[in-house]
Design a protein around this ligand. Structure first.
Ligand code: AMP
Ligand code: FES
Ligand code: ZN
Ligand code: ZN
Length: 325
């Protein structure tokens, strides 16, 4: 097995490119694929202040590393979700990376700052853990980016993630979600810009990237995500990819090139956002979804944890289904 570029011994085969690569040329390929995604989708300007949301997993540490290599000024953001040993270990990987590279890691701790952790808080609020977790992360990403005056938030979603989400949205024809499934969400209405520079790279490639760059990451999946549909969709697409390399790429990038616009009207732009009465974040309700979650998870209104127990009846009526990004 020889490298396509230099004919030296290769360390990885990439069937969708019908090629093998040595260490140097594989690492270059990863950087080039990120640079291409950034350019094609107008993700970043060279002087942007970038905040990379890092979970301690391979994808987010790899994208942070690649953006630093490409010369971006990129800080990290780690959110402690209080998921036992999993969170302790993943936080350590994020910190170790930041220290080794001499870069800044912003940390937000859900328990210390908002009075609940995902396992107990989601149960108290009667929400599926992944949904409470996703909602909390989105809110805290936005807040950290705005508080720190960052131009853009980067996440480590890769081609496997995006193809699996697209598969799920297509299976159910969730046309409003399809209209918004873009690798870039522009800043608007009080939300920061959000980008996914790994949409041209797979999970396997990101694992190889970390190993070859000597980046330690948490290998275990989140224990709360077991049985998640997303995992089943990934497995189904892996089967297809095995028989027909490049299918995942064509499915997702073909959607971006030829179909996403057709759903653009379905996302609905007619809703009105106003500041959350409690935290000021943009919301379609009086109180944003995160503050309502905090209230239900802790039994107190945000900012009052431990001082006052809420005695009113059920949570206040919703004006509309939440439309927070
Ligand atoms: P997930 O929702 O776990 O699939 O993660 C998707 C992306 O969200 C990751 O690639 C990270 O960029 C970001 N992320 C996930 N968990 C955290 C966390 N605890 N702190 C900061 N960013 C996170
Ligand atoms: Fe959020 Fe697992 S990381 S529920
Ligand atoms: Zn080579
Ligand atoms: Zn709020």
């Amino acid at each position: 097995m020889k490298c396509r570029v230099c004919r030296e011994p290769a360390v990885i085969d990439i069937r969708r490119h019908n090629a093998n690569f040595c260490v140097e040329h594989f690492l270059r390929l990863c950087r080039d694929q990120v640079a291409k995604a950034v350019k094609d989708h107008d993700m970043l300007d060279p002087d942007d202040r970038v905040l990379v949301a890092v979970s301690g997993g391979k994808d987010s540490l790899a994208v942070w590393d690649i953006l630093l290599e490409l010369g971006y000024e990129a800080d990290g953001l780690y959110i402690g979700l209080g998921i036992g040993e999993y969170s302790n270990t993943s936080g350590d990987f994020a910190r170790t990376f930041a220290t080794a590279r001499g870069v800044r890691l912003v940390e937000v701790d859900l328990v210390a700052e908002h009075g609940f952790d995902i396992p107990t808080g989601s149960k108290a609020a009667k929400r599926v853990p992944c949904s409470a977790c996703g909602l909390s992360k989105r809110h805290l990403f936005d807040k950290a980016a705005l508080d720190g005056s960052y131009d853009v938030i980067v996440t480590g979603h890769n081609l496997d993630d995006e193809a699996a989400v697209l598969f799920g949205n297509t299976l159910r024809w969730q046309t409003d979600y399809l209209g918004r499934q873009l690798p870039v969400l522009a800043a608007r209405k009080g939300f920061p810009k959000k980008v996914k520079p790994l949409v041209r790279l797979t999970e396997r490639e990101m694992a190889a990237y970390c190993v070859l760059r000597g980046i330690d990451y948490i290998v275990d999946e989140c224990p709360m995500a077991k049985g998640n549909k997303h995992i089943a969709y990934k497995e189904a697409l892996n089967e297809v990819e095995l028989g027909s390399p490049g299918s995942k790429h064509d499915f997702y990038h073909g959607f971006l090139a030829r179909a996403v616009e057709k759903f653009a009207g379905d996302e609905g732009e007619d809703y009105v956002l106003q500041p959350c009465e409690t935290c000021g974040a943009p919301t379609t309700n009086e109180v944003c979804a995160f503050c309502r979650l905090v209230e239900r998870a802790t039994g107190s209104t945000p900012g009052e944890q431990g001082t006052m127990s809420r005695t009113e009846g059920p949570p206040r009526a919703r004006q509309k289904a939440s439309r927070e990004q």
